[in-house]
Design a protein around this ligand. Structure first.
Ligand code: GLN
Length: 530
């Protein structure tokens, strides 16, 4: 084993190979990532907590399992999950028993999760190692991580820019090699858009694929949990680990988890050959007005690469796409206003107690505990649900939601294997550039929201650079088609393996090594002072 080998630069499947061969240990992997996360997070602010003690305990347990499997022989080693001994970061809305779970909000400061989320149990079962919890927009509301109550996160490609949101910390930590993979949630784009802006892979699975038990709820009919990783094989393995029916979430479906997720082709050529004869739709409505020309160029080039590999790409129409944004911003805030009613200062975290006036305490707790974006959503949602407006807004939005879903269904009926589209209309934007205008921020998700409204799986894979910043290609599939979606994405990855942009690392990794690099909040304050 070489002294200078940097374990943090490997993919998780490369780490897994070393673990199985006895050439590294889970403890070494945990130590390397914990050290890098601590050393480089000052200028990034991707983490809200790093838990060495827990990570090392889990790593030692994984090492014991790995050693036992090696002693038992090749069949036992083969039976280990690809994630055994691999470090993972969790968005800070996933419950880990005894740990903090802020959801990026002051109102949950001091709260300790009394139990593990379903996915925490799953990760434990396969032997993954949880390093800590990552930064996010408050209650997952946002597209830039600027709405975190604990300061914004930077993008490792350019520290003056956002990593996307709301799972910005999870995406930035993986792009900056602080963790090989992480968990995010996607209600309207919060996995795909930050994956796109940080140049990594992210997938929002079919609604019901992953149990939401133990996850802080935003909009229950839209929220899904999913993985981030630096390649498709790693993302698929993490999705495999957390998927499946759980009695405690009635919306988690009793659908088999495809083995394809842990059997993706290792060879790039074999992977690319899967694209031959595949029928892909290119929805014209996703080339929204205001889209950056460089993003459109990268997407068109990706389409050419897919065609070169033998896929048949046809332009298609999803006529109700335009209504995605309007209906999402009725349904999501409506559900959020109901879900957030529980933060009353009695049951969770932050609590202001004056005297006997409980109403005053309640108003002070919520008034001080929630940030401005969360308050905006609660007001929007309460309005949409109020008597007299319910039919006009909420019910109407749910009906339009059916039409959005039908647009997609018609394409599956016509035999399309998947759709390809941009993930985000722009590359990583500068801090502050959309903060003053909520609608501008909401438009970041114009290409991702319809997929949540229809409950479909959608993923983002890197497809090149525009202005030297990453662009994401979105692949959208029929319900429960994650196995095929990953084979297609892996095919695209294989077909473009030789592209020079694949070897470009985030530009500001070196700056993160410098302890004098300002924090994202200091950066914004300085820019404002000029
Ligand atoms: N940006 C969207 C919003 O603010 C989606 C967020 C998400 O997917 N959690 O609601």
């Amino acid at each position: 084993m070489s002294e200078t080998r940097d374990l943090t630069l490997l993919t998780a499947h490369e780490m897994a190979d070393l673990l199985r061969a006895g050439e590294t240990t889970s403890r070494e992997l945990a130590a390397a990532h914990l050290e890098r996360a601590r050393r480089t997070d000052h200028g990034l602010n991707a983490w809200l907590t790093i838990d060495d003690e827990r990570a090392f305990a889990e790593a030692d347990a994984a090492d014991a399992r790995l050693a036992a499997a090696r002693a038992a022989g090749p069949a036992a080693v083969e039976r280990l999950h690809p994630l055994a001994g691999i470090p993972v970061a969790l968005k800070d809305l996933v419950s880990v028993k005894g740990g903090q779970c802020t959801a990026g909000s002051r109102i949950l400061e001091g709260y300790r999760a009394p139990y593990d989320a379903h996915i925490t149990e799953r990760l434990h079962d396969v032997g993954a190692v949880i390093l800590g919890k990552t930064n996010m927009d408050e209650f997952a509301m946002g597209s830039s991580t600027e709405h975190s109550a604990f300061g914004p996160t930077s993008n490792p490609w350019d520290l003056d820019r956002v990593p996307g949101g709301s799972s910005g910390g999870s995406a930035a930590s993986v792009a900056a090699y602080q963790a090989p993979m992480s968990i995010g949630t996607d209600t309207g784009g919060s996995i795909r858009q930050p994956a796109s802006l940080c140049g990594i892979v992210g997938i929002k699975p079919t609604y019901g694929r992953v149990s939401r038990y133990g996850i802080v709820a935003f909009a229950s009919s839209l929220d899904q949990i999913g993985p981030f990783a630096r390649d498709t094989r790693d993302a698929a393995a993490l999705l495999h680990a957390v998927s499946g029916r759980d009695e405690r979430d009635s919306t988690s479906a009793p659908v088999e988890v495809p083995d394809a997720l842990i059997q993706l082709a290792k060879s790039d050529d074999e992977a690319a050959s899967h694209l031959r004869g595949k029928r892909l739709g290119l929805p014209r409505e996703y080339f929204v007005s205001g889209m950056e020309p460089g993003v459109e160029r990268a997407i068109r080039e990706a389409v050419v690469a897919l065609e070169h590999a033998g896929a048949i790409v046809e332009e298609v129409s999803l006529p109700h796409t335009d209504y995605g944004l309007a209906t999402y911003y009725i349904v999501a805030p409506a559900e959020a206003s109901a879900n957030l009613a529980r933060y009353d200062g009695v049951r969770f975290g932050h609590s202001v107690r004056g005297g006997d006036d409980y109403l005053a305490d309640y108003l002070a707790t919520r008034g001080g505990g929630f940030g401005p974006e969360v308050k905006r959503r609660i007001m929007l949602g309460t309005y949409a649900l109020s008597a007299g407006y319910y039919d006009a807004f909420y019910l109407k939005a749910q009906k339009v939601r059916t039409l959005i879903k039908r647009d997609f269904d018609l394409l599956w009926e016509r035999g399309f294997d998947a759709l390809v589209a941009p993930t985000s209309p722009d590359v990583a934007f500068r801090f502050g550039s959309k903060l003053a205008d909520p609608v501008k921020m909401y438009l970041s998700d114009a290409c991702t929201l319809p997929v949540n409204m229809a409950g479909l799986p959608g993923m983002s894979v890197p497809c090149g650079l525009s202005e030297d910043l990453p662009v994401g290609l979105q692949l959208i599939g029929a319900p429960w088609s994650e196995g095929e979606l990953f084979r297609l994405a892996r095919g695209y990855e294989g077909a473009t393996a030789g592209e020079t942009w694949r070897n470009v690392r985030p530009h500001h990794l070196a700056a993160l090594e410098d302890p004098t690099t300002p924090t994202p909040a200091e950066r914004i304050a300085r820019a404002g002072a000029h």
